[in-house]
Design a binder for this molecule. Structure first.
Ligand SMILES: [Zn+2]
Length: 206
């Protein structure tokens, strides 16, 4: 994808995710990998439902801005860079702050685990409902270098997985295309709502 394609893709994604309530109040950030190896990422502090092409910035593989754009890249750029570095196949990353993801992130367990659900087939590489996914929950940290190092260390030991949560904060997920990434996000929101409702109704397994 070139920078113009990336800009239109991220503007469109922002409008969709905002209207689903997953990136309220300028929260969240999105990126794609460009064919040059650079990244295109949303600028810091922009309303995600009303993104303009100039709100999408080109940064190098270390997250440093190209050129002299007046806007700054997202404060969480280091977390995007970590994923693109670790996984050459990752082409898109979405970070959202939905209520469902944030409630799920506040569980006291270290991971949120799901198995035996048909929706799991939405994740790339999963072909049967007999599969399981484990979503790690990391403590929130304003030090992005420390947080990205914690994420990278976890992935080195347990595999990259499909997503992670940051406690009291939100969700990161990724994919080999933007379509894959959006499908993962929808499936994850389904799982968070499934988990919440199962607990509310008392039908969750202990
Ligand atoms: Zn965030």
């Amino acid at each position: 994808m070139n920078i113009d394609g990336a800009k239109s893709a991220l503007v469109q994604v922002g409008a969709e995710l905002y209207h689903r309530g997953w990136v309220p109040a300028t929260s969240g950030n999105f990126s794609v990998r460009l064919e040059s190896g650079d990244l295109a990422i949303t600028a810091s502090g922009k309303h995600k439902g009303r993104l303009q092409p100039e709100d999408i910035l080109q940064v190098d593989g270390n997250g440093e801005p190209r050129g002299s754009a007046p806007a700054r890249p997202s404060a969480e750029t280091a977390l995007h860079v970590q994923l693109y570095r670790r996984e050459p196949e990752v082409q898109a990353v979405l970070h959202t702050h939905s209520v469902g993801a944030t409630v799920a992130s506040n569980r006291t367990s270290a991971t949120l685990d799901f198995e035996g659900l048909e929706i799991l087939k939405a994740f790339t590489g999963i072909a049967s409902h007999r599969s399981a996914i484990s979503i790690p929950i990391f403590p929130n940290d304003q030090d992005m270098a420390a947080l990205s190092a914690a994420v990278d260390d976890h992935m080195a030991r347990h595999g990259t997985g499909v997503a992670y949560l940051i406690k009291g904060h939100g969700l990161y997920t990724w994919g080999q295309t933007m379509a894959d990434c959006q499908r993962h996000l929808e499936a994850l929101e389904y799982l968070f709502e499934y988990d919440r409702l199962s607990r509310t109704l008392g039908t969750a397994e202990p």
